[in-house]
Design a protein around this ligand. Structure first.
Ligand SMILES: [Zn+2]
Length: 488
C-alpha cells in the first residue's frame, strides 16, 4: 500500500467513521450489578426514535416493543427509553454528549433500565446497560451497540467486597461478546436467586483481526464533524469552573483543571488550541440550558448521569460534550462542519472513592473530557471506536474510552494526530503527505502505518495486528536500517 493510499484510506474513513456514541470516561460495571440494580431488564425491539426538548433538556426518545421481561413488574408491551442529548437540525435541537447509546428502528436489544420520574426509562450507566442482538446462523449473541467493544469477562465483584474493588473490575475487563441464550438464562437464574459465575462469554470473533479503518473518531454526526473555529484566528476558548470546586482537593480542582487545559496546548506545532481560565461561576445549568459559558461542574447537579459512580461497582466518571453549536454547515478541509459555541463537563457524583484525592488522576479525567469538548471521540474502547487491544498506539491514548492506566494529564501520539487532523489546516499536506514512508518517525508521527510502511519504532506504530520489524527496509525499497510494519 502506498502512503497516498494510506492517507486516502484514513481520510475516507474519517467521513465514514462510525460516530455518535460516547464521550465519557468510565469504569466497567459488572453484569451482576447491572442485574441487581436494574428496575427492568427486557428484550425489546426499537420501533421509533425522535429528538425532543424536555423542559430545557434535549433528549432522544426511543419507543421499544417488549419481547420478553427478564426482570421488572407492571411493564406493558411497550416502553419509552430516553437518552441524554440528540441532534435534529430541522427542529433546531442539538446537544451532543459523547458516550450515549444510539439505536436504529428494528434493532433487537437487551436493556438494563432504571425508571425515571416521568415514567419513561433510562439505560443503566449511560451505555453499559444496552446490548444489541446479533444473529449468525443459529447463534444469537449480545454485543454493546457498535462493532468493537470490550466487556467485563468475569463478575465476581460484589458490593461490600472491599475498597479496592473498583480498581479490580478494571483488571477483569476483556473483549468478549455474550451468547444470548446463556446470558438470558444467567440473568433469569440470578433473578430467581441462583447466584453463579458467568458462563456466557464467547471468544473474540475472527472479524476482530481485520485492520482498523480509521485511526480517528470524532464527536460528530453521521455526516459532519464539530470543531471550534476560534483557534484559527488566534482566539481562546475560556472555561469556567463551578464555585464549589472538586471535593477532596486542596485547590478544589483548580490546579488539576489547569494541568488539563495545558495538556492540550503543548506538543503541537500547527495546532493553536488555547483553553484559558475564566474563573468560577455559580451557574449549574450544565447540559440542560445553554448559558454561553463553558463550564466544568464538579458534581452532577442536574442528574445528567442517572447512576452515581460507586465503589465497588464502577460506572461513569465524567461526561463531556457540546451544548451549543451552529445549525448551518461550514466547510473545514472539505468536510461539513458545525462550529462549536459552548461546551460542558460534568463530573459524576461518587467518584471520590475512585479518585481518592489523586491529583494526576483527576487532571487526566478533566483532560480527557476537554478532548471531547474539542470535538474528539474515543481513540478506542467504546462502541464507535476500535478495540484498545488492537495497538499500543491506541491503548496509550488519553482519549481511550476506559481509564485503565492513570498517567496524568498527558496527550499521547494518537491524541496529537487526531487533534492535528481537526485543528491543523496544513496537517495532511505539510506535515505528513509530503513526508515519504521510510522517513524517520513516519509511522509514529503520521501513522499508524500499513503493511510495508516505515519507519516504525514499535508495534503500536503499525495498524491492527501488524508488527514493527527491524532493519528490513531493503526488502521494501527503503534503506536497510529502516524498520517496517509487517504481518506477524
Ligand atoms: Zn471519553
Amino acid at each position: 500500500m502506498s502512503y497516498r493510499a494510506l492517507f486516502s484510506l484514513c481520510f475516507t474513513a474519517w467521513f465514514m467513521a462510525p460516530v455518535g456514541a460516547s464521550a465519557l470516561t468510565y469504569v466497567p460495571v459488572p453484569d451482576t450489578l447491572l442485574v441487581d440494580r436494574a428496575d427492568a431488564v427486557v428484550r425489546a425491539t426499537v420501533v421509533s426514535r425522535s429528538v425532543g426538548d424536555e423542559t430545557g433538556r434535549v433528549m432522544t426518545s426511543y419507543e421499544f416493543d417488549i419481547t420478553e421481561v427478564l426482570r421488572g413488574e407492571g411493564l406493558g408491551s411497550r416502553l419509552i427509553v430516553k437518552v441524554l442529548g440528540g441532534i435534529d437540525l430541522a427542529k433546531g435541537l442539538g446537544v451532543k454528549v459523547f458516550g450515549t447509546p444510539e439505536f436504529d428502528p428494528g434493532d433487537s436489544t437487551l436493556l438494563f433500565l432504571s425508571t425515571a420520574q416521568d415514567g419513561s426509562y433510562r439505560v443503566l450507566h449511560i451505555f453499559q446497560g444496552a446490548f444489541i442482538e446479533r444473529r449468525s446462523g443459529a447463534q444469537r449473541t449480545y454485543e454493546r451497540p457498535g462493532t468493537d467493544r470490550f466487556e467485563v469477562a468475569t463478575s465476581n465483584v460484589e458490593p461490600g467486597a472491599g475498597s479496592d474493588s473498583a480498581r479490580m473490575t478494571i483488571q477483569l475487563a476483556a473483549p468478549m461478546p455474550r451468547d444470548a441464550d446463556l446470558f438470558e438464562q444467567w440473568i433469569s437464574d440470578r433473578q430467581a436467586g441462583v447466584i453463579r459465575s458467568a458462563d456466557y462469554f464467547l471468544p473474540e470473533s475472527s472479524r476482530d483481526v481485520t485492520v482498523i479503518a480509521s485511526p480517528f473518531t470524532y464527536l460528530a454526526g453521521d455526516d459532519f464533524i464539530l470543531r471550534w473555529f476560534e483557534f484559527d484566528s488566534g482566539r481562546k476558548v475560556r472555561w469556567h469552573r463551578h464555585k464549589d470546586g472538586q471535593a477532596g482537593f486542596s485547590s478544589k480542582g483548580a490546579q488539576e483543571f489547569k494541568k488539563a487545559r495545558k495538556a492540550w496546548k503543548r506538543k503541537f506545532s500547527g495546532v493553536p488550541i488555547k483553553l484559558t481560565n475564566a474563573g468560577t461561576t455559580s451557574s449549574t445549568t450544565g447540559f440542560d440550558i445553554a448559558d454561553s459559558r463553558n463550564t466544568l461542574l464538579h458534581r452532577d447537579f442536574n442528574d445528567s448521569i442517572e447512576e452515581d459512580f460507586e465503589c465497588p461497582g464502577g460506572g461513569v466518571l465524567a461526561i463531556g460534550g457540546l451544548s451549543d453549536f451552529d445549525f448551518f454547515f461550514t466547510q473545514w478541509k472539505g468536510l461539513s462542519t458545525l462550529a462549536a459555541h459552548e461546551a460542558e463537563i460534568v463530573v459524576n457524583d461518587g467518584i471520590d472513592c475512585f479518585v481518592q484525592g489523586n491529583s494526576d488522576l483527576m487532571a487526566q479525567i478533566y483532560a480527557h473530557e476537554l478532548g471531547h469538548t474539542l470535538g474528539l471521540g474515543h481513540a478506542c474502547g467504546d462502541p464507535s471506536s476500535p478495540k484498545c487491544s488492537k495497538s499500543d498506539f491506541l491503548a496509550e491514548a488519553l482519549m481511550a474510552a476506559r481509564l485503565d492506566q492513570p498517567f496524568g494529564a498527558e496527550i499521547h501520539d494518537d491524541d496529537i494526530l487526531a487533534a492535528r487532523q481537526l485543528y491543523d489546516e496544513d496537517f495532511w499536506a505539510a506535515a505528513c503527505d509530503q513526508k515519504a514512508p521510510g522517513a524517520k518517525s513516519f509511522c509514529s508521527k503520521c501513522g499508524p502505518c500499513g503493511e510495508g510502511q516505515g519507519n516504525c519504532k514499535k508495534d503500536g506504530d503499525c495498524f491492527g495486528t501488524l508488527v514493527c520489524t527491524r532493519d528490513v527496509g531493503v526488502d521494501f525499497g527503503f534503506d536497510a536500517d529502516v524498520n517496517v510494519c509487517t504481518a506477524p
